[in-house]
Design a protein around this ligand. Structure first.
Ligand code: SF4
Ligand code: SF4
Length: 334
């Protein structure tokens, strides 16, 4: 790790140099609704700086909502196949929170550990993640319960921590170093400093070690029913989640021309597990809600050694039925 300091007044210049380098820069933008969304920007003036968390994560940069995998065109000479994996631009995601940085760490394990996904790999390779530590939090935030913190560097290429007139820059990767080197005149090498005084205070709501142990026997808990009764199966929790990776593959077109695409799906949808035979192994919302939570806290630990909930709180803020994932987990593991 390399550590630098940059004056807070020089942050706009650093940001604008990222844009001038020709990269696509995705950053948080405040919308009329009062919510903050990631979108492509052209200048630092567009960037939201006073927000706790974006409504959606930035996962679509590496795992788009709808992604054409390839298209085909049948001609007299034969079949032409165009692979969409080319032409992926160099991209910077600016201002993601440390929980979202660690979500990229999970997604990379999920997509690349076994049977590497070439589409994810190509996009991740071209993406630089510049995260900003959290100076404030709300009731939905619980990163400290899932072994993370408002200053975690896990998964990010650079983590910036605002320290008054100075910004402390922890550079974790070569990609991050390259971004700093392109704006070298704005940075000075720094000694290691404690970030604690500049980070949000987030209560620990449960012990992750205890939950990991107790969830091993939680599958048959009677509490699943109570904890899922309000769920509509709308999928908002999954679509806003930085670590939900369910997808569907569909073919569209005619005999002569068409494409194969992949789009987000959600294990909370009634059709997600429905077989062609009509049989559906998860017949109700309780079984679907249990699957989502067991995957986050048990199955991904067994498969990848990672809890796949980063405590960002989006699913709590967005749920129309006011379901709360950490309350649910505490209830089914008590
Ligand atoms: S957002 Fe709430 S209601 Fe919608 S699927 Fe998720 S838990 Fe169910
Ligand atoms: S499950 Fe909820 S709190 Fe956990 S990472 Fe996903 S959206 Fe965030």
């Amino acid at each position: 790790m390399n550590i630098y300091n940059i004056k807070s007044t020089n942050i706009p210049a650093f940001f604008d140099q990222l844009i001038q380098s020709g990269k696509v820069v995705i950053a948080p933008v405040l919308k009329k609704s009062g919510k903050v969304f990631f979108e492509q920007v052209q200048s630092y003036n567009q960037v939201a700086t006073d927000y706790i968390q974006t409504a959606f994560s930035a996962k679509s940069v590496v795992f788009p909502k709808v992604e054409v995998l390839f298209s085909f065109n049948k001609t007299e000479e034969g079949i032409e196949i165009t692979d969409s994996i080319n032409n992926i631009p160099e991209t910077v995601v600016w201002g993601l929170r440390p929980c979202d940085g660690s979500a990229f760490n999970y997604m990379t394990e999920f997509f690349l550990k076994e049977n590497p996904d070439a589409y994810y790999a190509a996009r991740k390779e071209k993406t630089t993640l510049i995260a900003i530590s959290c100076a404030k939090a709300d009731d939905g935030c619980f990163c400290t319960s899932v072994d993370l913190s408002p200053g975690s560097t896990l998964g990010s290429d650079i983590l910036l921590t605002m320290m008054g007139e100075d910004v402390y820059a922890e550079v974790m990767t070569e990609k991050g170093k390259s971004s700093i080197d392109n704006s070298a005149s704005l940075f000075t090498v720094s000694e290691e400093k404690s970030k604690d005084a500049f980070l949000a205070n987030i209560d620990v709501k449960f012990s992750m070690e205890e939950i990991k142990e107790r969830i091993k026997t939680a599958y048959d808990s009677a509490e699943w029913k109570n904890e899922s009764m309000g769920c509509f199966g709308c999928g908002a929790c999954a679509f806003s989640c930085p670590t939900c990776t369910c997808f569907d593959i569909q073919d569209e077109g005619t005999q002569n021309k068409g494409l194969r695409l992949r789009c987000w799906d959600a294990c909370g949808f009634g059709l997600f597990t429905k077989h062609n035979s009509g049989h559906n192994p998860r017949t109700n919302q309780t079984e679907r809600r249990r699957q989502r939570l067991m995957h986050k806290f048990k199955y991904s630990v067994e498969n990848l050694g990672i809890v796949s909930c980063v405590g960002c709180g989006r699913c709590i803020r967005v749920c129309p039925a006011h379901l709360n994932i950490f309350e649910n987990i505490l209830s089914v593991t008590k």
